[in-house]
Design a protein around this ligand. Structure first.
Ligand code: NAP
Length: 259
């Protein structure tokens, strides 16, 4: 399917690896110029170089922390008029709510709620004027089925989800949509990092913990980041102009509910 994205421009934050990188790659494969961000220069430049080499499109690397005003300003300076905005940031650490201070909460809200809202605030009106815009926020399956140890994520992402629900109806008349993608377990550094910590706590081997998690999942495997990236590209496509305000769970059947 031709997604109708040739020549469009996208900002993809938090995209040197994992799900953000996969989204940037799938967009680039459809002719989109991508402006990608991460805090660590080396892997970010490497990802931009791979995108240019693999898809023959421009890929601009912006070293930036998207949770800070300076980081977001740098991204917007590199791409003031994006057609597509994919909001992403690192997930907060697991823990017990009794140990979290106000500062811990503010950090989680900045990363997983407010930075996305600020990026939308800076770009949505331009999309409406140009009569095309796609905003995709990477959230988590924890929005639908909270994970107790990830209370910071459950709370902050639910806040973004509520905001998006109200916003999504405001642009659709002008071909501007806003949706959330909810990943289940995907084989990324984030997933391996949390599994590594669980293995260390239990005195077990990482691979043993990973295999146990794969087998406990209905699909018997973790998602591949490319599968996530392709769904993102579709939501950004010309064909997806009638899809807005949705929370699309991509979890290989992990969520056990009917709806
Ligand atoms: P990942 O493999 O750890 O990759 C995170 C990417 O984001 C890296 O490129 C990282 O680069 C960048 N990043 C992190 N914080 C940033 C910041 N403040 N500013 C700019 N870039 C930043 O993570 P992932 O698995 O792709 O996860 C992406 C998001 O989905 C996270 O919020 C995660 O919690 C959520 N999620 C993931 C899963 C899963 O199974 N993988 C499931 C549910 C939800 P630098 O560190 O160099 O900045």
């Amino acid at each position: 399917m031709d997604l109708g994205l040739d020549g469009k421009t996208a900002i993809v934050s938090a995209a040197s690896r994992g799900l953000g990188r996969a989204c940037a790659r799938s967009l680039a494969a459809n002719g989109v110029t991508v402006v990608i961000a991460a805090r660590t220069p080396g892997p970010l430049q490497e990802t931009a170089g791979e995108i240019r080499a693999d898809f023959g499109v421009e890929a601009i690397a912006v070293v930036a922390d998207v949770t800070t005003p300076e980081g977001r300003a740098a991204l917007l300076e590199a791409c003031p008029r994006p057609d597509i905005l994919v909001n992403n940031a690192g997930g907060p650490p697991p823990g017990d709510f009794r140990d979290w201070s106000r500062e811990d909460w503010i950090k989680a809200l900045d990363a997983n709620m407010l930075s996305a809202i600020e990026m939308i605030r800076a770009t949505l009106d331009g999309m409406i004027e140009r009569r095309f815009g796609r905003v995709v926020n990477i959230t988590s399956s924890a929005v639908k089925a909270p994970i107790a140890a990830l209370g910071l994520s459950n709370g902050a992402r639910a806040g973004l989800t509520g905001f998006v629900a109200g916003l999504a109806r405001q642009g659709v008349r002008h071909n501007v949509t806003v949706n959330n993608l909810l990943p289940g377990p995907f084989d990324t550094e984030r997933l391996r990092g949390t599994a590594r910590a669980a293995a260390a706590r239990a005195g077990r081997e990482l691979e043993e913990v990973l295999e146990e998690r794969r087998q406990a999942h209905p699909s018997g495997r973790f998602g591949r980041p490319e599968e996530f990236g392709e769904a993102c590209a579709f939501l950004c496509s010309g064909q997806a102009g009638y899809i807005t305000g949705q929370n699309l769970l991509i979890d290989g059947g992990g969520y056990p509910g009917t709806l």
